[in-house]
Design a protein around this ligand. Sequence first.
Ligand SMILES: [Zn+2]
Ligand SMILES: [Zn+2]
Length: 290
Amino acid sequence: MDSPDQGDTNGNTSIPKRIERRIKPLVDSIAVSLNVSMILFFYFFDVFYVMPQFLGIFGQAVHFVVSTWLTYNILGNLRACTKTSNTVDTLPPEMLKPAEGEDSLWHFCDLCQRTVPPRSWHCKTCSTCILKRDHHCNFVGNCVGHNNQRYFMWFSFYAMIGSVLAFCDNLLYAHKHGIEFFDIFTMHLVLIVEFMHPGTHDLLAHFIIISILTMNIFAIIFPGALFLSQIVVIRNNSVMHSTSDRTYSLGIWENFAQVLGVRGFWTCLSPSIKSPLSHNGIQWKSKNTA
Ligand SMILES: [Zn+2]
Ligand SMILES: [Zn+2]
């Protein structure tokens, strides 16, 4: 079974609640701003500055179309994930109480002071209970849950793919300036050589390029790890704090359909594709009840 304190990375601290309530949304705003800034930086830097140095008009056009489509899916899914609410309050009033015979499946939230549906848990950052709460992600500024997990999955997928493309572009740019991949790990040697023989390297250019490559590596690893964890979680119909729990698993395809909606994997094409979910996030079949 889920536990009430699942997936809350913020935990209990000694910070007064009044200050905590102000800090948490601020952390979300800073993280989302950093996220969007990094995506836009890589897009404009690689499409309009780096690749024109290596490609002809046709190559640039292809690179522009591919990069723009990837960036549209990254930002579009990010926006949809941020804007789509998962709170228990999104349910119509008549659904805010258990159906006949389902009282035992609902539980009481001490913080909201009310009974909430199965698989809903309280988020201290959002200050409310979230339908099938997976986790709170600062980088999308929202809880990932029943209504927006599709967007989060595709956001992390496209962020990983877009970052791999940007990394290829940036490696070309680095190579042109005499910097190779493994130079990322030997920056300290460059500093020593420069100290002993001043003027050997263009230290500023070296530092900027190494910083871009390093940032780019994190931009692959972080969303890549999130995407893989989402695949496992969705495949098992579980949540992030209990990844291997298969209590609600109805088979791989049905589990993915519950997150992606009626259009299934076609939702990869665009966040604007309408794909209604098969249920409201209250009544969960389990292996035992299906
Ligand atoms: Zn609550
Ligand atoms: Zn939250």
